[in-house]
Design a protein around this ligand. Structure first.
Ligand SMILES: [Zn+2]
Length: 165
C-alpha cells in the first residue's frame, strides 16, 4: 500500500471523464487500498480515482461511523436522487477552499463492490452528499463549478482540517 499524490486545482485531469473498470484485477485492488490509505491520511471522507490521477470509475467513502467499514464503489451509477440539502463542502483537490452547494438529500446508487458484487445503496444526508460529489468527479466536474455564487471561502491553515470529500 502507498499514499498517492493528490491532484489539485489547476490539474487538467480533474476535468476529464473516468472510464468504466472492466475487470477488478490486482491493479484495481491495489488502487482501492492506496485510495483508502490516501483518503485516511488527509482525513477525507471521500476520494475518487481521478484525484490520484487514474481515470477509472472508482470511489471510496468513509464517514468514520463506529463499526462501519468504508464504502468502495466501482462503476457507480446514480439511479435516483431526491430532495435537496444546502451544505458547506470542501474537496481534497481544493485544499483551502470551501463553499455552499446544493446536493440531493437522498441518492440511490448502484455499483460493484471490491469483489465485483453488485450493490444498490440508498444514502441520505452526508452520504448522499459524498456520493454526489464523488460521482461528479468521475464526470470531470468539481464542486466549485456548482457552488452557490458568492459563497466561496478561502480558509486559513487552521481550518484546513475541516472534512473534505
Ligand atoms: Zn472532491
Amino acid at each position: 500500500m502507498a499514499i498517492r499524490q493528490i491532484r489539485e486545482e489547476g490539474d487538467e485531469i480533474l476535468k476529464k471523464k473516468s472510464k468504466d473498470v472492466e475487470v477488478i484485477d490486482e491493479k484495481i485492488k491495489e488502487l482501492i487500498q492506496d485510495m483508502l490509505e490516501t483518503m485516511h491520511k488527509y482525513n477525507g471522507i471521500g476520494l475518487a480515482a481521478v484525484q490520484v490521477g487514474i481515470l477509472k470509475k472508482v470511489i471510496v467513502i468513509d464517514l468514520y461511523e463506529e463499526g462501519k467499514p468504508p464504502f468502495i464503489l466501482v462503476n457507480p451509477c446514480i439511479l435516483k436522487q431526491e430532495g435537496e440539502q444546502t451544505v458547506e463542502e470542501g474537496c481534497l483537490s481544493f485544499p483551502n477552499k470551501f463553499a455552499k452547494i446544493v446536493r440531493p438529500e437522498r441518492v440511490t446508487v448502484k455499483y460493484l463492490d471490491e469483489n465485483g458484487k453488485e450493490v444498490t445503496l440508498e444514502g441520505k444526508d452526508l452520504l448522499a452528499q459524498a456520493v454526489a460529489h464523488e460521482v461528479d468527479h468521475l464526470n470531470g466536474i468539481t464542486f466549485v463549478e456548482k457552488m452557490i455564487p458568492g459563497t466561496l471561502e478561502i480558509v486559513t491553515e487552521e481550518d484546513k482540517k475541516k472534512e473534505k470529500i
